[in-house]
Design a protein around this ligand. Structure first.
Ligand code: ACO
Length: 380
């Protein structure tokens, strides 16, 4: 009987989707039929959102109109900033984001309207405000003045601008934009699955997005990025990477940023993040973080893949480590940045789930005792 339980739901097909296709053995990822490498090289994040929410690439005119709508929604109200100022300073940016989304729900004129049109309007508002919220929370925490968004900048450039107060150069802006694109969508990953479960009860989009944020936060999902970042900090020099990883493996530790439930070869997004890290390293004329990361990759491949035959390759999170180092992004923001991209996929899956809904409610195999005699409280 216990064999019937697929631990971690591994291999269980729980939904149909037109949003992304993954071939984990071949290392292929497509968004709505388009290869992720083409998407990352040629599309903008706004274009990717359009593709995922409408199921096709926009024309120039459609994209212009869509971008305009999104950019106009970037600004957050002073009441949201006050909420962020009230948040305890020790909390994670993900907690602040979840709190802000809960608050934004009550301000949304479409809150309980679950039609596709209303959900796209709500998706636009949320996706546009996510970077503003994360950057504002970070600056509030630092005791700095909150910076209003610039509407003529791309999503990636604007986010870096709101963090730093200066307009980033093209290489940095492209790196941030690529990050959002590469994390936008990934089939039934844990946070998207939770989002769909919430939608399946016919709850509202804001509640579903809160579920997604809460699930993404964990270290086995989006939280792995922060762990990769901390690992690079601990290693500090390329020549120390081998001993560090050997020691961690001997102690039975998992190496963060490696392994994946679906990919049993290189995650194509890891390859693209690696290219992004190299572009930044060359631009900054500082190869240190890139070299540490490539050394870690070599050792993990040698020890786990070549010696033990385990298919443990870099996943999407691994090369975000050097990318964020070069972008001067602190580790505490790394998971929240994941959410800035993934909101695109969460909204897309919510739209799919609402359009063809059935309550998601699996079973559990009971393994506890039966027929116990109830002992009154005073006799225990
Ligand atoms: N380092 C070392 N060994 C690993 C790693 C790793 N990163 N990942 C898996 N393994 C080993 C396990 O120890 C296990 O070995 P065993 O069979 O000898 O016991 C085997 O590979 C299978 O691992 P599971 O944890 O059972 O695989 P699962 O599919 O449940 O987990 C997961 C996938 C959670 C991603 C896992 O690889 C992991 O914990 N990686 C590190 C965290 C991480 O990077 N998470 C981000 C994932 S991508 C994302 O969410 C965006």
């Amino acid at each position: 009987m216990a064999d019937e339980v697929k631990r971690g739901l591994e291999g269980v097909v729980a939904a149909t989707t037109k949003l992304s296709f993954i071939d984990g053995a071949a290392g292929i990822l497509e968004y709505c039929g388009y290869n992720i490498t083409d998407i990352a090289r040629f599309a903008t994040f706004e274009e990717v959102m359009y593709l995922l929410w409408y199921g096709r690439l926009p024309t120039q005119k459609e994209l212009r109109a869509f971008s305009q709508k999104i950019r106009r929604e970037r600004t957050i109200d002073s009441s949201v900033i006050r909420i962020l100022q009230t948040c305890a300073k020790h909390i994670d940016a993900m907690d602040a984001l979840r709190t802000a989304v809960s608050y934004l729900a009550q301000c949304d004129p479409d809150l309980s309207n679950n039609s596709a049109e209303a959900n796209i309007r709500k998706g636009i508002r949320l996706a546009a405000k996510f970077p503003t919220i994360v950057a504002a929370f970070y600056r509030v925490k630092q005791g700095k003045k909150v910076i209003a968004p610039m509407l003529n900048l791309s999503s990636g450039a604007n986010f870096l601008y709101m963090l730093r107060g200066t307009i980033p150069n093209e290489v940095e802006a492209n790196a941030m934009e690529t990050d959002f694109i590469l994390t936008a969508e990934h089939e039934l990953n844990a946070s998207t699955f939770t989002t769909r479960v919430t939608v399946s009860t016919l709850s509202d989009l804001h509640s579903a997005i809160c579920s997604g944020i809460s699930t993404l936060k964990g270290p086995l999902h989006g939280g792995a990025r922060a762990e990769v970042y901390k690992m690079l900090d601990k290693i500090q020099k390329p020549e120390r990477a081998e001993a560090f990883i050997q020691r961690a493996l001997k102690q039975g530790q998992k190496i963060m940023g490696f392994g994946h439930r679906v990919y049993k070869t290189y995650d194509p997004r890891a390859i693209l993040f690696k290219e992004t890290a190299l572009a930044l390293a060359n631009f900054k004329k500082d190869k240190k973080w890139y070299m540490i990361a490539t050394k870690v990759e070599d050792v993990v491949i040698k020890e786990l893949v070549e010696k033990l035959g385990k298919p443990i390759y870099p996943n999407v999170d691994f090369y975000t480590g050097p990318v964020y180092k070069y972008l001067d992004i602190p580790s505490e923001l790394t998971t929240a940045i994941f959410a800035l991209g993934r909101i695109a996929g969460w909204v897309a899956h919510a739209l799919e789930q609402y359009a063809d809904n059935r309550l998601i409610r699996p079973n559990a195999l009971y393994i506890g005792p039966h027929n116990l005699k109830y002992v009154p409280l005073e006799q225990r």
